[in-house]
Design a protein around this ligand. Structure first.
Ligand code: ADP
Ligand code: MG
Length: 249
């Protein structure tokens, strides 16, 4: 088996008396969607923040593409190809979809958005951004202001921004949140195809989406990883049912 793309080894993080990550280990392999599930407060967002560089673990280590990234900044990780999506507030609502894709592609280089405005005339960058919009099905919306896009389209735009960076792994925190059932189904179909670009670490509450997409699932409860396995293994686990899935599973 090839080395994992992303490897989290025994990371811990406490906020005062709350142990939000309690020695968590998991990995993300080439071509897979690895879902992280767990009740509210389980530590999913804290885990994602440590993987992406916004929070520094108290202990443990994170490797990406065979390299220790535990001490790297968010932009340094993004430059290596670790793409975090679904921070919709990062989109500029008055700019067009195309402008967002172009400017977003430059963000990991640091600095403020306005600083890069002259590059909006850069043809190569425009081509890259346009290809990314086509890839996510937003080519026809390229000239629309982001404010005019639907919620689901903004999420696709976030992915287009990530695609311009040639990601080697995606990290997504609740892509289905705030979507209706039609939107969730569309996003599920979209993510199914996206895994060909790069593997996806997916935090998601929508169990239909998780069970449809995940090659493996890790279950977090109170900062601890209580199980990792295939959909069938997780559905069959008594401990997971009792801790989280309840009768639905
Ligand atoms: P989830 O995303 O699974 O809902 P979080 O990672 O947001 O869980 O939170 C895990 C635990 O850590 C919760 O008890 C939460 O209150 C706590 N927590 C998260 N971030 C902070 C913070 N910045 N300061 C203090 N406590 C925090
Ligand atoms: Mg969360």
């Amino acid at each position: 088996m090839t080395d994992p793309v992303l490897s989290v080894q025994g990371i811990s993080k406490s906020f005062g008396a709350v142990c939000a990550s309690d020695g968590i280990s998991l990995d993300l392999r080439q071509g897979e969607i690895h879902a992280i599930i767990g009740p509210n407060g389980a530590g999913k967002s804290t885990l994602i923040a440590q993987i992406c560089g916004g929070l520094r673990p108290d202990a443990g280590r994170i490797d990406f593409l065979g390299r220790d990234i535990t001490g790297l900044s968010v932009p340094a990780r993004a430059r290596l190809g670790l793409a975090r999506t679904f921070q919709i507030s990062a989109l500029a609502m008055e700019d067009t979809a195309l402008q967002n894709a172009m400017l977003g592609a430059l963000m990991p280089r640091g600095g403020r958005l306005g600083f890069f405005r002259p590059v909006l005339r850069n043809a190569a960058l425009r081509d890259t951004a346009m290809q990314a919009l086509e890839r996510v099905g937003l080519a026809d919306q390229a000239a629309l202001r982001t404010a005019e896009l639907s919620h689901g389209q903004r999420r696709q735009l976030e992915i287009a921004v990530a695609l311009t960076l040639r990601p080697r792994a995606f990290v997504m925190d609740e892509p289905m949140a705030g979507m209706g059932s039609d939107g969730s189904r569309q996003m599920t179909a979209f993510l199914e195809g996206l895994r060909e670009e790069a593997p996806i670490l997916l935090v998601e509450h929508d169990m239909d989406a998780v069970f449809a997409l995940a090659d493996r699932i890790t279950v977090l409860v109170y900062g601890r990883c209580i199980a990792t396995g295939t959909v069938a293994e997780i559905r069959a686990s008594r401990e997971v049912r009792e801790a989280y899935l309840g009768e639905d599973a």
